[in-house]
Design a protein around this ligand. Structure first.
Ligand code: NCD
Length: 334
């Protein structure tokens, strides 16, 4: 892979304070390794062996986190909610179906209303591109915004948990071949994960899928677009399967037939034999078993799918702690 990854964030990056601290988490595309490394190390510290009591921290005591999911979510929402509780925050989960947005209230009115109730951190998922950045531009100086999934554009905390999972299980990243398989063109996970793997210098990144589901250009410099699954999987150390993002197709006719997709691109035990014998298998969820991944692979010995989920809570705790420290350091926190 090329080594052109960002080493410094642009001076005017809206995610950062003027002295370069992380205030909002909107996208990983411009964030340098030096800023992300401490975040991952902090997440590591929040990981406890499964079955032991989960880590807790009082870093967000007296603060309020609002989860605003204007798009369906199970694990990301639960993960942010648990992370906020474990950091001792007060947590507000807005039920979107009941919210005023369905009555025509603008996102900004919703945000300003909640800000007037002393919300400190907004966690936002939305189907429209640009919403997290728009909110970040409009909140008060003592408030942070975290992107929990933005259209097909970005999903930074998912990418960080993917990276953490790979780092904990595999040798150093520059030695690894990573294959992301599926609907790359419509996937915010593929985009953000590719960005962070590039920033951290992955050995080889293959974006694998049917020609119609591949983007026109590789998502990051040096990544390869591969439409042949066997070639994409060959000797791979990490195989990440992705769901077909049905909700993001403009024309229903463009959506691949699930059975045909499974026959050509589904990750089966048989096909996984083409990867490195110690390869790990990942999936951000929700999974369609029997389509992009077979049940016996998802539940098999190479699967790291539930570790991803566990790591996700730790990553979100680390992000919450980091932005809160920024607000305190810049004198705008309470
Ligand atoms: C992903 C998402 O919402 O982008 N899921 C998640 O956050 N764990 C992937 C998907 O929906 O396919």
């Amino acid at each position: 892979m090329s080594t052109e990854a960002a080493t410094h964030a642009p001076a005017d990056d809206p995610q950062l304070t003027p002295d370069g601290r992380l205030r909002h988490l909107l996208s990983l595309a411009t964030l340098p390794r030096s800023l992300l490394e401490p975040l991952l190390e902090r997440a590591e510290r929040y990981l406890t062996p499964l079955g032991e009591r989960p880590a807790r921290d009082s870093a967000l005591k007296g603060r309020t986190v609002a989860n605003l999911f204007f798009e369906p979510s199970t694990r990301t929402r639960a993960s942010f909610e648990l992370a906020a509780h474990r950091m001792s925050a007060d947590v507000l989960n807005l039920d979107v179906n009941m919210s005023s947005r369905t009555k025509g209230e603008s996102v900004l009115d919703t945000i300003l209303t909640l800000q007037a109730m002393e919300v400190d951190v907004f966690v936002v998922r939305d189907a429209s591109a640009g919403i997290p950045a728009f909110i970040a531009r409009n909140v008060a100086p003592h408030v942070s915004v975290l992107n929990a999934g933005e259209a097909d554009v970005s999903h930074p905390t998912q990418a960080l948990l993917d990276l953490l999972t790979i780092r904990r299980r595999k040798p150093p990243l520059p030695e690894l071949r990573v294959a992301i398989v599926g609907d790359i063109a419509h996937s915010r996970v593929a985009r953000s994960t590719a960005e962070v793997l590039h920033t951290f210098g992955v050995g080889e990144l293959r974006l694998v899928g049917p020609p119609d589901l591949l983007p026109a250009e590789p998502l990051v410099p040096g990544a390869m677009l591969v439409d042949d699954l066997a070639r994409g999987l060959r000797d791979a150390d990490v195989v990440m399967a992705l769901r077909i993002q049905r909700e993001r197709f403009r024309e229903m006719e463009g959506i691949p037939d699930p059975e045909q997709y499974a026959r050509q691109y589904g990750i089966t035990r048989e096909r996984l034999r083409g990867a490195h014998p110690d390869a790990i298998v990942m999936h951000p969820g929700p999974m369609n078993r029997g389509v992009e991944i077979d049940g016996d692979v998802a539940d098999g010995p190479q699967s790291a799918i539930l570790e991803q989920v566990t790591n996700g809570v730790a990553v979100r705790m680390a992000v919450l702690a980091t932005v809160t420290e920024t607000l305190i350091a810049s004198g705008s926190g309470r």
